[in-house]
Design a protein around this ligand. Structure first.
Ligand SMILES: C[S@@+](CC[C@H](N)C(=O)[O-])C[C@H]1O[C@@H](n2cnc3c(N)ncnc32)[C@H](O)[C@@H]1O
Length: 252
């Protein structure tokens, strides 16, 4: 799968830095993203992300119906445990991530259909029946994608959702501490889109941008809100203002 797009880096001019200190990186497309995530999972295995037990608190009432989607493990296993009647389709473009899901002690073949799929370039209907899914979870996944590819992904998800099915979305919000750090280090690819030190990318969403993205793909905005948490790291003597966005969209 060849890299299809290339985004010109928009690196803001910073008087305090000598040009040699400015880090420039062109966005090299989805295949490069996949390689970086393969490296990420090879290095961290399943130790980096914590299980997302908070999803049940916010969205528990959506899981009364079977079937959900997406994830490399930390979203699906807490949900699978809490709602044993769920049938889950889960995919990732990293082979490592999929292997980690399959080797998880709570993996059950009869409950979880996990497969490798690049949702920016492959049709999800090759793996899942069209219009058969009640809920899609999109948890810290869209931020890993270039903004140019986001509309294709949302359309792709829409194809497998039943009418009146929901997308449950959670991700990084604009103004997050990590965004400020990436901006200060000049790790900008384009507006609100950055590369991290480990080579993976990260987009920071505003409520407006996110709502428009889903509305243009024909979804209805059910709920969108940004929430903050102040996190104090005493060892490093820093206070971090973390910001996340959570939203629910409905396919009419
Ligand atoms: C921050 S992780 C979140 C994983 C999971 N949703 C969770 O809750 O922990 C982002 C994931 O998105 C995957 N990803 C990024 N772009 C993708 C694409 N185009 N197709 C499929 N997976 C992708 C990465 O491999 C990575 O596992």
């Amino acid at each position: 799968m060849a890299a299809a797009i290339s985004v010109t880096p928009l690196v803001p001019y910073n008087r305090k830095r000598r040009p040699s200190a400015v880090k420039l990186r062109c966005y090299n497309g989805v295949e490069e993203d996949r390689k970086q995530w393969e490296k990420f999972y090879k290095r961290h295995q399943n130790k980096f992300f914590k299980d997302r037990h908070y999803l049940e608190k916010d969205w528990g009432h959506y899981f009364c119906h079977p079937k959900a989607g997406c994830g490399a493990g930390n979203t699906i296993f807490p949900l699978a445990k809490k709602y044993p009647q769920l049938y889950i389709h889960a995919c990732d473009f990293s082979h490592h991530a999929v292997t980690l899901v399959k080797s998880h002690p709570n993996f059950r073949k009869d409950q979880i259909n996990v497969f490798v799929c690049n949702i920016a370039e492959e049709n999800l209907c090759d793996h899942i029946m069209p219009a058969s899914v009640d809920i899609v979870t999109l948890v810290f996944t869209l931020s890993a994608v270039s903004p140019e590819k986001m509309p294709i992904i949302i359309q792709n998800l829409g194809l497998v959702l039943k009418p009146n099915g929901h997308v449950l979305f959670r991700d990084y919000a604009i103004g997050d501490y990590a965004q400020t750090m990436l901006m200060n280090k000049n790790q900008v690819i384009s507006e609100n889109f950055y590369f991290r030190g480990d080579g993976t990318c990260s987009y920071y969403f505003s409520e407006d941008f996110l709502s428009r993205l889903f509305e243009r793909a024909g979804f209805v905005v059910v709920d969108v809100n940004t929430y903050n948490k102040e996190i104090i790291n005493r060892a490093r003597n820093i206070t971090m203002q973390r910001r996340w966005i959570r939203a629910v969209f409905r396919r009419p």
